[in-house]
Design a binder for this molecule. Structure first.
Ligand SMILES: [Zn+2]
Ligand SMILES: [Zn+2]
Length: 452
């Protein structure tokens, strides 16, 4: 690559070859530095992995992150964030000012999941905790947010050590409670931008089982779906199972509702605008010969446009009302449909111009063979909240390949998929994943922190 640049430079003139070389070397420069730090970062990663904390409980992870960012020379504020019930969140904000230039937000989420780890790695989690319902649960970094936190620490150090390469202000965010979709909102509700400045751009990464370590992937435009959580209560009139004629059976209504709901996506929604409606939880009845008074259903829905989201929510309401109407349920027992804003997430939108700049920085740092154009995914994230809507602050999130390249190639050859996020066997390979994560995020930050 360097030889090719030199040959091309000789025909273009000395000034241009120097400019090309310095641009090229600038993008690659973090790599040797990352290699020196790698053993330390891997041990930090393993320590975070062995000590996962559930959403809303990221006390030690956030303290570790805050300490490391302070040591790297950042001005750090912790305990940033307020939940709607008034409780404090464990958000971390770290600022590093370096002259005039853009203000760049880089976000890493910190929380783990109620999953019993089954990877069998020596640094596996054996942590148990109590969930919000009081049940004892295993805790695992099954979404790889430990990779994100460690990558942020490595990136923070690399950028502090290369201040001559960039100009502007870094705003690093350790975000709590991504899995419960209320951490970003809690930080914004605690006046994040009023207290620490409003960023010009916001970026993040997420590890993935769909790419090998050493590679990254990026989508331009809508990248992750919005998610809207909906509760439905179908109310009937209970009675004896042997005398259905004097009851209004909500179990039968639920059966009709579930089948009818499938026509929202298949018949009412534009097939070119993907969407999902899933019922993940249904409860009704106590024993076989009693017709219950009600059936409760919990739904998750995904969409890439506000239009699709409206069609889905309207469709759920109409279907519930229609089923109750056809069963002869009186008006005062009409179905109750509740949209749960606290458990809903916005679209993750990779603003095309920013996504193109991020991609070109990734190609410069990793080589085009290691940067893949990816498809949008139906999973959701709360990172979009940092953008304050689709067109206020441009945002982009890219995927960080995390799988052992040998196992990944073997699985692909066999037509199999390695366990992914939220699976008890999701196993990022620490060293190459962290090396690529820090190299990639550092190169992206340097590319974005330039004065126009
Ligand atoms: Zn997750
Ligand atoms: Zn995640």
């Amino acid at each position: 690559m360097k030889n090719r640049l030199l040959r091309r430079g000789q025909t273009l003139g000395c000034a241009i070859v120097l400019a090309l070389l310095s641009a090229h070397l600038g993008a690659e420069e973090p790599a040797p530095w990352v290699n020196d730090q790698l053993a330390n970062l891997v041990s930090t990663y393993k320590s975070i992995h062995s000590h996962p904390e559930l959403s809303h409980h990221e006390e030690h992870t956030s303290a570790l992150l805050a300490t490391e960012l302070r040591k790297a020379g950042y001005t750090v504020t912790d305990h940033v964030g307020k939940y709607p019930d008034g409780s404090q969140a464990y958000g971390v904000v770290a600022l590093l000012e370096n002259g005039a230039g853009p203000r760049l937000l880089i976000r890493a989420d910190m929380d783990a999941l109620p999953v019993v780890e089954e990877t069998g790695v020596p640094y596996a989690s054996h942590v148990k905790s109590t969930n919000a319902s009081g049940q004892e649960v295993g805790v695992m970094h099954a979404c790889g947010h430990d990779i994100h936190v460690t990558t942020l620490i490595g990136t923070a150090r690399a950028l502090a050590a290369s201040k001559s390469k960039w100009h502007g202000t870094l705003m690093l965010i350790g975000q709590p409670a991504e899995e419960s979709i209320d951490g970003a909102k809690a930080m914004l509700a605690d006046h994040l931008y009023e207290r620490f400045g409003k960023p010009d751009l916001a970026i993040a990464l997420h590890d993935t089982n769909t790419h090998a370590a050493g590679t990254v992937a990026i989508v331009s435009g809508p990248a992750l779906a919005s998610s809207t959580s909906v509760d439905v209560v179908l109310r009937g009139i209970g009675g004896h199972g042997a005398q259905p004629q004097v009851a209004k059976d909500p179990i039968v209504m639920a059966g009709e509702f579930i089948v009818q709901l499938q026509t929202i996506v298949s018949r009412q929604e534009n097939p070119r605008d993907p969407a999902v409606v899933t019922i993940g939880d249904i409860h009704g009845g106590t024993r076989r010969n009693i017709i219950p008074n009600e059936v409760k259903l919990e739904l998750t829905t995904r969409a890439f446009s506000e239009r699709a989201r409206e069609i889905i929510v309207d469709g759920i309401r109409r279907t519930a009302q229609g089923v109750a109407l056809s069963a002869g349920v009186p008006d005062n027992l009409a179905p109750i449909v509740t949209i749960l804003d606290a458990e809903s997430a916005p679209l993750t939108y990779n603003e095309p111009k920013l996504a193109a700049r991020v991609k070109s920085a990734l190609v410069g740092a990793l080589g085009s063979e290691n940067v893949v154009d990816d498809d949008p995914a139906m999973v959701s994230e709360d990172f979009g909240y940092f953008g304050l809507g689709l067109h206020d602050i441009p945002t982009t999130m890219f995927w960080l390949g995390a799988m052992d390249p040998v196992k990944f190639a073997r699985a692909q050859a066999e037509g199999k998929v390695l366990p992914g996020p939220h699976n008890s066997r999701f196993e990022p390979l620490p060293e190459p994943t962290l090396r690529t994560g820090v190299t990639a995020m550092t190169a992206v930050a340097i590319a974005l922190l330039q004065t126009p």
